[in-house]
Write a protein that binds this ligand. Sequence first.
Ligand SMILES: [Mg+2]
Length: 321
Amino acid sequence: MSESPTEFELIERWFADLGVADLARIALGVGDDCALLQPQAGEQLALSVDTLVAGVHFPHLADPALVARRALRVNLSDLAATGAQPVAFTLALTLPQVDVDWLSGFASGLAADAQQFGIRLIGGDTTRGEQLTLTLQVMGVVPAGAALLRAGARPGDCIAVSGELGAAAAAVALLERPASSLTAAEQALLTRYWLPEPRLALGQALRGIASAALDLSDGLAGDLSHILRHSGVGAELEEQALPRAAGATGPVPLAQALHGGDDYELCFTYAPGRAAEVAALGRQLGIAITDIGRITAQPGLFIHGRDAQRRALDARGYRHF
Ligand SMILES: [Mg+2]
């Protein structure tokens, strides 16, 4: 099957100069067999890759600019969770056909957010395939040894989350609805789903303060369980402390706050002696940071309910689509 070369020339034009170039660290960008990165002395390269498939991870008819922006933000969230500073990314696109309007919207959304978050597209690949699929790999830098990891939480540490929980899960039910049928509150929820805020500044500021961290992609209970497993500890959460997002008609249900995916907030632990620094960070960055529980030596994940009952918490993630 042969492609129209002019269309692929268009793709090259859209993607050849996209985002902010970190001239100190990107020695060669798009156009050669390989891009060349030059981390500075004492830096480690942080890498993360993510694949999104139309019909599985986003609706087939979704706005291509939003698809692009969300894909980049979701990947940037992994850099944030590591405390890394974004540098560059690559993009592999599989397309059922070359749809110029779709590609133009996709590239403009990608360019806007690459600019906003200070990252540069340094390479990619385009292939024909049955299912629209995009794979992004992000690269960032972190001072050697300073990356935030899932291991490191200690008994007695505070557990905190940024922002609010459950908004994206509440939005999933709205994804297939026509925009004209949505209330303003529902529109706002959808925006939270499509445009999660990668907590890059917070992640970098937590280097040397947080004992463990990750971003919330699959739901608080499931993701926190990764920290517990990697750190060899347990946790007790306080139901009343959970910062539940506002849904379309009041706070989201507890199940969505605990198990709803796609919020891309940071969950991190820190020694109680660092509480003043953590609170100051939240104020400086204008990000709500909420203590939601404590790390325990006893393994397992428990929650204290409003009825003062202590229940074991199922770590299952929230499954959408
Ligand atoms: Mg992650």
